[in-house]
Write a protein that binds this ligand. Structure first.
Ligand code: SIN
Length: 486
């Protein structure tokens, strides 16, 4: 399937540093459409030197940016939001050709990303301080909030637009400038966003996008004393390495890392709603989100009926090229992702799991894996213990509430959890007992710009979105005024 942009200037092919699209000779990064294997673009990469240039530009630009009244920064973010929505279709097409997700999901992601621009633009005007009761009559104590400094953002391929927006919007609202390193699989969405930021009036140097090898760009970001905060979305392993690297310069960090989300269906659940919730929560982005349902736990009384209904609903999903408007399930991001899923399924079936649906690669192409349901899954199996990041739904039976909670909490991760029940007492008991940063009750999709997104345990630290999200980009300064009686 071919794609057609209304505004071809959104398709950029080089890093954006200090308001300038980089030119010259150098290594070109091929961007591959996982649905077809076709190279859709080649992006001129940058390296350590280019990253240092971006950091220096961000440092200079931040002085004037943070001095702008909040209302002015808010207006720029509002324009960026409006431009993203005006160009929603083009941004969605760019996303689908580089990442693979179904076009309807890409459109949804653009709107989700744009919503962070709108929300944090509004929040810029609410960065309030405090007046604190003073220790004596001749003193006054106040607290003000100031931008943390130049921010580095390392963003993932699974949400090439929204994860940038969720970091850049609060950074800019707070008065910070930012250097963004997008995933090498999906640089085009990031560059299109930079083009729109420029059109929205973001001054040169305030938003920079550096495309290139992590081995060159990562150390330049983590070692720089000018970068005062690093925000990362990605795997727990890489998050750990980045935390260690940032320790040298004592940067503030926000880490949005892996998940292993339980999806609990109690006997008293509305089964229609539970099946619909499991479907969207499991198969969103072909299972490639950190909040995707990773383990479905079903109470024995409804186990068989739930599995039958889930198999029927999953079998109806149409897999194909994301640009086809009839596609529900696109490919995985690359062949390595398919290999990982295949390995987890093989390990689990060898340990006794039963394939109720799918369980194999698809003949649509090397990046496609069939939507899969495994039953008879037990806590020792690979699909129960690991983040799957693919379209595989493992189902485990449980007998009572305490067993469900123990199974759900039996993981190092703590990002999102879901459960379905109509019992109000159980709603509170289970929500409070789950060791997770986010809990969805009778809902399979819980992400939005107004709510705090983030996890506990090995799922990371910090919160994105919501009124809390901006705090990660602000320092508190305490000011004491004395001698007021003289
Ligand atoms: C993620 O998977 O990293 C983000 C998912 C979301 O924002 O819903």
């Amino acid at each position: 399937m071919s794609f057609q942009l209304s505004d071809s200037a959104l398709l950029r092919n080089a890093s954006f540093i200090d308001g300038v699209w980089q030119e010259g000779e150098g290594h070109k990064l091929p961007v591959v459409n996982p649905a077809t294997g076709a190279v859709v673009a080649e992006v001129l990469t940058t390296d350590r030197k280019g990253t240092e240039k971006a950091i220096a530009a961000a440092e200079v630009a931040m002085t004037a940016w943070k001095a702008q009244p909040a209302k002015q920064r808010a207006q720029v973010l509002r324009r960026w939001f409006e431009l993203m929505m005006t160009h929603q279709e083009d941004l969605a097409q760019i996303m689908t050709i580089e990442q693979g997700k179904a076009i309807a999901e890409s459109r949804g992601e653009v709107a989700y990303g744009a919503a962070f621009m709108e929300w944090f633009g509004e929040q810029a005007k609410r960065i309030d301080g405090d007046v604190i009761p003073a220790p004596s009559a001749d003193k006054r104590v106040v607290c003000i909030k100031q931008p943390v400094g130049v921010v580095a953002a390392i963003t993932p391929w699974n949400f090439p637009n929204a994860m940038i927006a969720r970091k850049a919007a609060p950074a800019l609202a707070a008065g910070c400038s930012i250097v963004i390193k997008p995933a090498s699989e999906t640089p085009l969405s990031a560059l299109a966003m930079a083009e729109l930021a420029h059109r929205a009036g973001v001054p040169p140097g305030v938003v920079n996008v550096v495309v290139g090898a992590s081995s060159a760009i990562g150390p330049a970001l983590t070692e720089s004393p000018v970068v005062r905060k690093l925000t990362f979305t990605g795997s727990t392993d890489v998050g750990r390495q980045l935390e260690q690297a940032c320790a040298q310069t004592l940067k503030r960090t926000s880490m949005e890392l892996g998940g292993n989300a339980p999806f609990i269906v109690f006997d008293d659940a509305d089964l229609d709603a539970a099946v619909a919730g499991a479907l969207v929560s499991k198969y969103r982005n072909s299972g490639q989100t950190c909040v995707c349902t990773n383990r479905i736990l079903v109470q024995e009384g409804v186990y068989e009926e739930f599995v039958d209904r889930l198999v029927a609903a999953t079998a109806a999903l149409k897999m194909g090229d994301g640009l086809d408007p009839n596609t529900d399930q696109g490919p995985l991001v690359n062949e390595g992702a398919v290999d990982d899923v295949e390995r987890l399924v093989a390990l689990s079936t060898a340990a006794g799991a039963t394939v109720a649906l799918g369980g194999a690669r698809s003949d649509l192409g090397p990046c496609f894996y069939q939507p899969t349901i495994l039953t008879d899954v037990t806590p020792d199996m690979a699909v129960f213990r690991n983040e799957i990041f693919g379209p595989v739904a493992p189902v485990t039976v449980f007998h009572d509430e305490s067993e469900a909670i123990a199974l759900a909490n039996d993981t190092e991760f703590g990002l999102a959890a879901y459960f379905y029940t109509r019992d109000i007492g159980r709603v509170w008991r289970v929500a409070e007992a789950l060791d997770y940063g986010m809990v969805g009750i009778n809902e399979g999709i819980i992400s939005n710009e107004m709510a705090p997104f983030g996890g506990v345990k090995w799922s990371g630290s910090g919160r994105e979105g919501s009124k809390y999200g901006i705090e990660d980009y602000l320092d508190i300064k305490y000011i004491l005024m004395g001698g007021l009686d003289r």
